[in-house]
Structures are given as C-alpha cells and as structure tokens.
Design a protein around this ligand. Structure first.
Ligand code: ATP
Length: 310
C-alpha cells in the first residue's frame, strides 16, 4: 500500500484477537450463547484507509486469502460506516480500503476488527466526534466481538462477549499462530457444540449463572507469567472445531512437542494459538512448524485496540 495512494486517507489499524479463555454457556432464543471469555489483542492487524466519497464502497486486499470477503453490505466494515453515518446524521459517503492481515473466518475476529477500524476512521473523517462510549454502543450493535476490537489490550467479555471489563495483564505474551487455508464458520461451530452437548459428548456448563472466568486465568495474566497461564487456558469450542477439522489435533500436538507451553484453538477456529515461554522460544517453534509446511506466525500481546495512525 503506497503512501502516495493513501496520502489523503484516514488510516486506522485494528488488531486480531485470541480467546485465552472461552467458556460457552447456554444458547438463547436469539441464537446467541452466554459467554465468559478473556480476549487478548495480538500484533496481527487490519489496516483500514478511509477516503471521502459520494457513496459507500469498499476494496479489500491482504496478506491472507481475501476471496471470501464480501464487498457489498454484508461486509461488517461497510455496515459500520453506514451505521455511524445514520446515527450522526452524516450525508457524506466513504470509500474503505482494507488491508487484511488477520485470516478470514479464522476465529481471530478479523471482520470485527475491520468494523471497529471503520468506526474510528469514519468518526475522524467526518468529524463526528461521537466519543468512545457512543462508539462502543455502535460496535456492540454490529457484532459481539466488535467492542473488544475497539478496546484492545486484555479484557474479560461477558454477556455475548460484548460486555467488557479490562483485565490486568503484565508484560508480554508470545504466541505462534498456525493459520489454515480453509476457514470455519462461527455459527456452524456453535451449532456443532450444541449438538455435541445434547448427545453428551462435550461438557456442558448448564448452570450458566456459574459461567465465569476462572480466577487462575486472571491471576496468571496479572503475574505476566506464560508458564502459569498455559495450564489454565481452555476453549469450550475446541472439541467442536476439532470434530470438524481433525487435522487440528495433530497440529496442536506438534506445536507442544516442538516446545510451545500449550496450544489452543482460537475462538471458533481453525487458527491455533501456541503460547510460548518468550520471544526466542516462539521463534524456534515458528521455525519448526514452518519446516513441516505449515503457515506459522509469531505475534505478541497485548496490543492496543483500533488506533488512528494518520
Ligand atoms: P468471529 O469474529 O466470528 O470469530 P472470524 O474471525 O472467524 O469471526 P471473520 O474473518 O471475522 O471470521 O469473518 C467471518 C465471515 O464474515 C466471513 O466468512 C465473511 O463472509 C464475513 N465478513 C463480513 N465482513 C467481513 C470483513 N470485513 N472481513 C472478513 N469477513 C467478513
């Protein structure tokens, strides 16, 4: 993306996320599940460039396969721009140019990051100055993961994952991500989990009132200690993702054998996140995973949420 091409654009960068803990409760009538999760924003980014325009349009390029990204009103970033225009009575349009670094349908909230970035970019482009509380409200209307992409850092998500409480996380956590060529549909993975629970093949937390982030997870984050965090990480969606994609099990075992402290499916998958003891250990794991032909990326958390770059 050349600087000249975007010299008149507002540039916002937003991160992808990992769910360090993902507890899934009962399914509600609106189709959503109660969640108790801990998000961490990691250094894999979406860059959104917003330029003034008469109408609303979007273009998408990326370091990842972007062929499945819709370019019409199904695109979450475009919906975000329209929602902001409507809410703030703006009669201008915008062209959004998105450069994706987060895998599409990878369980890392790339679309949500685009939506958060579009909100911040359009707010700056149009001078609407809605303020973070209003932007957060709009974000929650766009999707359960959008508020966190605005917020960034490390945070506890309850409700549908959209009610955020900042979590104290000291130091830096090094992760190696293993990307998959084929994405997984989030609704399909939740649906599979529901069916598995009905058949008694996955642990159900029926007492959803008890759905909470284990204190040990929060303590390990506060301590900034990956060795303390590794044994307490868990994802209720993992059995459903692995049932859909048995190859993930082998990848999870390989990363640990190669020196990662632990591995977890990120969100609804299929991206796998390996937690490593530090930057050097992560580089070694990344290299070994690459040697087996896998696409592996070394990232770190926590990083800030959607940020105006210029
Ligand atoms: P989730 O936030 O549910 O974990 P994910 O990270 O697995 O999602 P995304 O890449 O955010 O996956 O998008 C999932 C689907 O949403 C895509 O398959 C695509 O059809 C649609 N979508 C809408 N807007 C976007 C966008 N800006 N970028 C990517 N996908 C989008």
């Amino acid at each position: 993306m050349s600087f000249a091409r975007h010299s008149d654009a507002v540039h916002v960068r937003a991160p992808g996320k990992i769910n360090v803990h993902l507890g899934v409760g009962a399914r509600h009538e609106d189709g959503y599940h109660s969640l108790a999760t801990v998000f961490q924003a990691v250094s894999l980014y979406e860059d959104v460039y917003a330029t003034a325009s008469d109408g609303f349009s979007i273009s998408v390029v990326g370091d990842v396969d972007v062929s499945e990204v819709p370019l019409d009103d199904r695109n979450l970033a475009l919906r975000a721009a329209r929602l902001l225009a409507q809410t703030a009575d703006v009669d201008q349009g915008v062209h959004l140019d998105i450069r994706k670094g987060v895998p599409v349908a990878g369980g890392m909230g790339g679309g949500s990051a685009d939506a958060a970035a579009a909100l911040v970019a359009c707010d700056a482009l149009w001078g609407t100055e809605l303020g973070s509380r209003r932007l957060h409200e709009l974000a929650a209307r766009l999707g359960a993961d959008v508020p966190f992409a605005l917020h960034g850092g490390t945070a506890i998500g309850t409700g549908r994952g959209d009610v955020l409480t900042p979590a104290l996380a000291r130091g830096r956590f090094d992760w190696v991500l293993v990307l998959s060529e084929q994405g997984l549909s989030t609704p399909e993975i939740y649906g599979r989990l529901d069916r598995m629970r009905m058949r008694g093949r996955a642990l159900a937390d029926d007492a959803t009132e008890l759905l909470e982030v284990p204190p040990a997870v929060l303590q390990a984050l506060r301590a900034g200690d990956p060795a303390e965090l590794a044994p307490v990480m868990m994802n209720d969606l993992e059995p459903a993702a692995v049932a859909d994609r048995p190859d993930l099990e082998l990848a999870l075992a390989d990363g640990v054998r190669m020196g990662a402290l632990t591995g977890i499916v990120s969100g609804s998958g299929p991206t796998i996140a390996f937690l490593c003891a530090g930057p050097e250990a992560a580089r070694a794991v990344q290299e070994e995973l690459r040697a087996t032909g896998r696409q592996a990326l070394h990232v770190h958390g926590a990083v800030p949420g959607a940020q105006l770059m210029g």
